[in-house]
Design a protein around this ligand. Sequence first.
Ligand code: GDP
Length: 445
Amino acid sequence: ATFGNLSARLTDTFKNLRSKGKLSASDVDSTVREIRRALLEADVALDVVKEFTGKVRERALGDEVNQALNPAQQVVQIVNEELVAILGGEQRRLQFAKNPPTIIMLAGLQGAGKTTLAGKLAKWLKDQGHTPLLVASDLQRPNAVTQLGVVAEQAGVAIFAPEPGNGVGDPVRVARDGVAEAKAKHYDFVIVDTAGRLGVDQELMQQAANIRKAVNPDEVLFVIDAMIGQDAVATAQAFQEGVDFTGVVLTKLDGDARGGAALSIRSVTGRPILFASTGEGLGDFEPFHPDRMASRILDLGDILTLIEQAQSAFDEEEARKVAEKIQKDQFTLDDFLGQMQQLRGAGSIKKMMGMLPGMGKMKDQLDNFDEREILRTEAIIQSMTKDERTNPKILNGSRRLRIARGSGMTVTDVNQLVQRFEQASKMMKTVARGGVPQIPGMGPM
Ligand code: GDP
């Protein structure tokens, strides 16, 4: 799959790091060299590679790694963040016109996947309750209008096309008439498919530029085949000069492209990637999320593995035992305490949690995390009998009162702890099953 090699190379690089504790400057250098090689092999544009590795190196030599609980994990985190950044940072959504219809023009080389994309986009919009009209302004390719018709039918949307033999020469007029039709009939989106050529050529650019001028689109999407590798940069630049565009759509990400186009295009053009096309079917299409793509490249999807890795920063053997207990539903308050003590010993629960994907939202809660909370929790658990710790279900009112007195805390504190423990166990079970944890009011764990 796309990024397959890159992914494997990067993962290998990080595996070598993982066995090390503190990282020396030469560890960082050799890691950065490996990353550089992997990116170049993936056909990422040279300038982009230089900037990327420069940033990673600078950060990897800085305090955030030096003082990290697990330096290797921190380096992975940095690479992840920098990947997200070169892929565009935040997701960029489609811009809607203040006064419908919103006009979207597609541009790109022949074979890039424009016509297919027109159908995908139309279906996606229709599924959200919009009423898109497809406009066939690709009058170059003999079959293009028919193909758009087929796609429109599959998507169940309307199409505006010149009558066969009529107006054949003038794609600008078709585009303009199409928009007028959309206004008259109250379609809220217009998607204008335009002609492409096998290579960049002046006439093609002029035509696309004329269409752009005639219909003044809200979005001009440059459609690019991720498989074209190093040519992507030059092609994108030519379209930027000739027509300019507001956003990019990457197609054929389901193929085994090396990924260079995807990773270079944002930096080279300064334009965001809005959508990704991942197959020939109308449903093989998704809004582009830089963070998800970065996770996919780095193989961070497997949250379980990550937790394991993060835990191995403390004690691998222990982590394995805990994972086993969670799976067998035998995780007790004693284990809970053991985990917390280890975390405290290691200094920072924040760092560990921060490494897990999807934990960004919890940052505020983590920032409020108070180590004294651990001490209070410890006091409570230590006032419990062995039976109570193993099986918290037996904790009735009188037991809770006794524990509160023994630990110098209130019954409410005891109740809260038991509740948190239950939440934590539930969350860990979800994670163990491969789900994403939901942690209401995360307490110490
Ligand atoms: P256009 O010339 O830019 O309009 O390109 P088309 O939409 O005709 O697509 C060219 C070819 O690529 C067709 O055979 C499509 O089925 C195929 N195609 C388009 N998008 C994708 C994609 O995301 N993945 C794969 N595997 N094929 C695609």
